[in-house]
Design a protein around this ligand. Structure first.
Ligand code: GLV
Ligand code: MN
Ligand code: MN
Length: 421
């Protein structure tokens, strides 16, 4: 490894990274050691302000785009060159952990600060990005910020999406943007030279195999739907069962049919119903309306395409007394990362003598959308027992710092040190 790269890598500060993770975990802290930092909430705003304060302390510039994606830039020596980007997200699941997303943001900041402290000049700017609403736990679907940034979806498609309390995304986003008035305005779809995202694995493989770094090769495909069942409310004590249009009973039949449809002896397929909203949600009224979410994932393009087509017919067949509406909300085909970026991450892990392996990602990430517009890759680090989307999510400070070191070396290779430009 070149001496200046090694110098930057050596300046990755495990304590500083851990301290910042701990401080961020205090914003939206919930019992059990977890975090609830919903997109565009006051906790999200507080996390953004804290990140910006760390960036400004290093004189990095701060910009924000129309969907609230936050960009922190360290200038390069070529003012015309597109940036090499890194980052992840700061929002969390309602009962999320302390590392999902925020680790990639703070590892990116750590890498860029280490490069700054080592005084290594890069030809391309380095840009840290915190993508808005990656989780989709408050405003569905997920990965909204990167989808809009890369032009895969339009912001206007999402403005009227509401949370469980009826708050529109448009209003929550406006409050978030107003809270960071000093940030520059940044255009959507600005060119990027490359993107690397660091993340906890969210699965058990690295820990089980005693490896520190996952060199991520791609992400499995997924489909999201909102299924609505329309029945009729009635008195629970008086209405004969045969005369009811019970939306919940029909929803249960539909959910059973979907579980049958998604049975997979190889245990490759993933199927989840994570949200159910019942109206009027009263113990002594027959439910008139049920909305449930469907999340189905598979790494093989043909299989996820077939499953995506099969969801609505399976629901319609199972529901006999109510009407049905099935709305697709997200459609992501499996993605393969750029071989040159995958190789670059692998080389960095090798030269730092870290035990590593190539692996696909089961979870979705903003990298999936970035992969459509620029060479992209990801770095995984182990998390305890693979647990994620859970308050108990945990990771070791040494592994987190190792991931930031790999990121530092990979960013420097992709951004071109001044010497070779
Ligand atoms: C992201 O958290 C996902 O749903 O995979
Ligand atoms: Mn994440
Ligand atoms: Mn997540």
């Amino acid at each position: 490894m070149r001496a200046d790269v090694q110098d930057a890598v050596n300046r990755v500060d495990q304590q500083r990274l851990w301290r910042r993770l701990t401080e961020m975990a205090g914003i939206g802290a919930i019992p059990g050691g977890g975090v609830n930092r919903a997109a565009f909430s006051k906790e999200d705003i507080a996390a953004r302000k804290l990140l910006v304060s760390w960036a400004r302390a290093r004189n990095f510039t701060v910009a924000v785009d129309a969907i609230g994606n936050l960009f922190i830039r360290r200038a390069g020596t070529d003012p015309r060159a597109a940036p090499v980007m890194t980052g992840s997200h700061m929002d969390s699941q309602p009962r999320g952990g302390r590392f999902d997303g925020i680790y990639g943001v703070l590892a990116g900041l750590e890498a860029i600060e280490a490069i700054e402290q080592a005084g290594v000049k890069t030809r391309r700017p380095l840009e840290l990005v915190a993508w808005s609403n990656e989780e989709g736990g408050r405003f569905a679907p997920c990965t909204m910020g990167s989808a809009v940034y890369t032009g895969a979806r339009r912001l206007t498609e999402f403005l009227e999406v509401t949370d469980n309390d009826g708050v529109a995304l448009e209003d929550a986003l406006a409050r978030t943007l107003a809270a960071l008035p000093a940030a520059e305005q940044r255009a959507l779809k600005a060119p990027a030279a490359a993107y690397i995202e660091a993340h906890i694995e969210q699965g058990p493989l690295l820990e089980r195999e005693g490896r520190t770094i996952g060199v991520v090769t791609g992400i499995q495909g997924l489909r999201w739907f909102n299924v609505e069942i329309f029945g009729e409310t009635a008195h629970a004590g008086t209405t004969p069962l045969a005369a009811r249009k019970d939306a919940l009973r029909e929803a249960i039949a539909a959910i059973g049919a979907l579980h049958e449809l998604t049975r997979d002896a190889s245990d490759t397929l993933r199927f989840t119903i994570g949200r159910v909203l019942v109206t009027p949600n009263s113990p002594n009224s027959v439910p008139s309306h049920v909305m449930f979410s469907v999340d189905v994932r598979h790494p093989v393009a043909a299989t996820i395409a077939r499953l995506g087509e099969a969801i609505e017919p399976a629901v319609r067949k199972a529901v006999t007394h109510c009407s049905v509406k099935v709305t697709p909300t997200l459609r992501d085909d499996p993605c393969a990362f750029d071989p040159a970026v995958v190789d670059c991450v692998e080389r960095a892990a090798q030269s730092l003598k870290l035990a590593h392996r190539r692996m696909p990602s089961g979870a979705s990430h903003d990298a999936m959308y970035l992969a459509r517009v620029c060479p992209t890759g990801m770095i995984f680090v182990p998390c305890e027992r693979g647990i994620s989307h859970n308050e108990a999510e945990n990771a070791r400070p040494g592994d987190l710092a190792a991931g930031a070191r790999v990121l530092t070396a990979a960013l420097l290779e992709l951004a071109g040190q001044n010497r070779d430009s």
